[in-house]
Design a protein around this ligand. Sequence first.
Ligand code: FES
Ligand code: FES
Length: 163
Amino acid sequence: MAKQTIEITVNGDRYEVAIDPWRSLAEVLREDLRLTGTKIGCNQGDCGACTVLINGRSVSSCLTLAVEAHQREVTTIEGLAKTPQELHPIQEAFVEKGAVQCGFCTGGMIMSAKHLLDKNPQPTELEIRQGLSGNLCRCTGYNKIVEAIGDAARRLNPAKEGQ
Ligand code: FES
Ligand code: FES
């Protein structure tokens, strides 16, 4: 099958890549663009390790064809920190609350959290748990992840704290 050239913007950088049209976005991010923070766990939409944002919406990139991202804006875990020294508040909260163990799920968890907090800056614990319902973690037992996201919400909206 003929290769197809797609233009995608990933974390603010524009790329033009010639790819087989059947390849997933997760594969192209990892193998062609070398953005390996997006993990492939189940490769069938169950684990959430491959979660990225396309035009602000969270998707499982293992189930998304790379051609679907043509002329769209993709955000991956590599795009959250402003600099390697300056983590995004969600990343800081994960580190400080001990919400990372092996780390395999962490990028996908944080991208789902980003999507949730962009839509709902002050989620309840239930809403956080619902927001993570597509992400599996085999290490942490989830409670520290939920705490970290609550903490990140307070960091991102300090003025609203206590309302
Ligand atoms: S690798 Fe995509 S959902 Fe598991
Ligand atoms: S920290 Fe290991 S799978 Fe979540």
